[in-house]
Design a protein around this ligand. Structure first.
Ligand code: HEM
Ligand SMILES: *[C@@H]1O[C@H](CO)[C@@H](O)[C@H](O)[C@H]1NC(C)=O
Ligand SMILES: *[C@@H]1O[C@H](CO)[C@@H](O)[C@H](O)[C@H]1NC(C)=O
Ligand SMILES: *[C@@H]1O[C@H](CO)[C@@H](O)[C@H](O)[C@H]1NC(C)=O
Ligand SMILES: CC(=O)N[C@H]1CO[C@H](CO)[C@@H](O)[C@@H]1O
Length: 337
């Protein structure tokens, strides 16, 4: 345990030293670690305490919280747009797009925001709350990380956008039926490479999925009444038992059977055994570089995986951010000011 703690502490230092603060071509931003150090010194600990409070009552809260930051960053950049409600003047928001169906955890973001507003009104953006919450959720879920020590430093300084569009969510969020080339293209459009794609897909170590997100793989994959050939046949049979042809929309399946709250390398072990839940998970093996990483990570330690995961999360967290005087700091994460 002590060794793990040391390794984790070391990896945070390495990350801090190796992450450039001002950006590359994709990043005209000025994100920085500790952006609220002066303006709201308790910001990160307030967020952390909020996540911990919910986690102690319900350890399944971590997966939806991690997913929210991903959905935020892939649509209009990490600008908190995933949190906005549809209003009479706005047109359908991201929340109301098909791929969102299963988004959850908004109440945790709202609770963190309320606590922050009472301490430092109008200072901490909703987009930054999402990034911090995602880090804290993974830290709490990580196998062997006793006490949930923070696993990477989050760059902050994002500002909140004023627009949220369901149509943009549909266009930008990868489909669970996508093949490798499409996934690669969609990640590249957010400044993320094949390595980031393979590593961030490891988020599917935690959480659940509704039958609708993969049922086509079980019954009629190519239109000939067949199953997805990339899916292990006995696993397909087990999934068919759980999701019959007329499945109930509310039924869910664990991403990793029996271990869906533990952030570890089990996801990669499933993918190499053709038991990834989504076609998009299995599609990583269609590419030499991504496939090699999957094989490497399935044999790797949890601390090595989370260290890499943190690096790619920091990169994802820079996608299309608003900084400086762009956007605003929302008072209520569901509404523009
Ligand atoms: C590579 C492309 C990706 C695709 C196609 C994809 C697709 C999906 C789908 C279809 C679900 C299940 C939704 C449902 O039916 O309930 C899901 C769940 C999830 N995704 Fe992804 N995802 C991708 C990448 C990511 C990334 C990059 C992250 C985070 C860094 C992430 C985090 C999660 C988590 C944590 C869940 C479980 C949510 C829960 O239990 O509520 N995914 N994803
Ligand atoms: C946003 O929408 C949700 C779900 O429809 C609702 O529960 C919540 O009260 C709304 N928030 C605000 C601030 O209007
Ligand atoms: C399978 O898909 C094909 C093509 O989309 C469709 O014509 C056929 O009716 C489907 N079969 C079943 C059993 O849903
Ligand atoms: C399941 O969801 C689909 C698409 O949203 C809908 O058409 C269908 O009526 C739902 N089925 C049930 C049993 O609720
Ligand atoms: C959580 C959430 O807002 N879900 C919505 C996703 O979009 C569908 C329509 O496509 C709504 O019915 C859900 O309420």
């Amino acid at each position: 345990m002590q060794l793990l703690a040391k390794l984790l502490a070391l990896s945070v230092v390495v990350l801090a030293l190796s992450s450039p603060i001002a950006g590359d071509a994709n990043c005209p931003s000025l994100l920085e670690v500790g952006h609220y150090r002066q303006s709201c010194p308790a910001a990160e600990s307030i967020v952390r305490a909020t996540v911990e409070g919910y986690f102690s009552r319900d350890p399944t809260v971590t997966a939806p919280l991690l997913r929210l930051h991903f959905h935020d960053c892939f649509v209009r950049g990490c600008d908190g747009s995933v949190l906005l409600n549809t209003t009479t003047t706005s047109g359908p928001a991201e929340k109301d797009a098909m791929p969102n169906q299963s988004l959850d955890g908004f109440y945790v973001i709202d609770a963190a925001k309320a606590a922050l507003e009472s301490q430092c009104p109008g200072v901490v953006s909703c987009a930054d709350i999402l990034a911090l919450v995602a880090r804290d959720a993974v830290s709490l879920a990580t196998a062997g990380n006793t006490g949930g020590a923070s696993l990477w430093e989050v760059q902050t300084g994002r500002r909140d956008g004023r627009v949220s569009s369901a149509a943009e969510a549909v266009a930008n969020l990868p489909s669970s039926f996508a093949d490798f080339a499409k996934l690669k293209e969609q990640f590249a459009s957010k400044g993320l490479n094949v390595k980031d794609l393979a590593i961030l897909s490891g988020a599917h170590a935690i959480g659940n999925s509704h039958c609708a997100s993969f049922a086509k793989r079980l019954y009629n994959f190519t239109g000939n009444g067949d199953a997805d050939p990339s899916l292990d046949p006995s696993y397909a049979a087990a999934l068919r038992a759980r999701c019959p042809p007329q499945f109930d929309n509310a039924t869910t399946v664990e991403m990793v059977p029996g271990s869906s709250t533990s952030f570890d390398t089990d996801y990669y072990k499933l993918v190499v055994s053709r038991k990834g839940l989504f076609h998009s998970d299995q599609a990583l093996l269609q590419d030499q570089e991504a496939g090699a990483l999957v094989y490497f990570l399935q044999g790797s330690s949890t601390q090595d995986f989370v260290q890499r995961f943190g690096v790619s999360m920091v990169r994802m967290g820079r996608a299309g951010v608003l900084t400086g005087s762009a956007g605003e700091i929302r008072k209520n994460c569901a509404l523009v000011n």
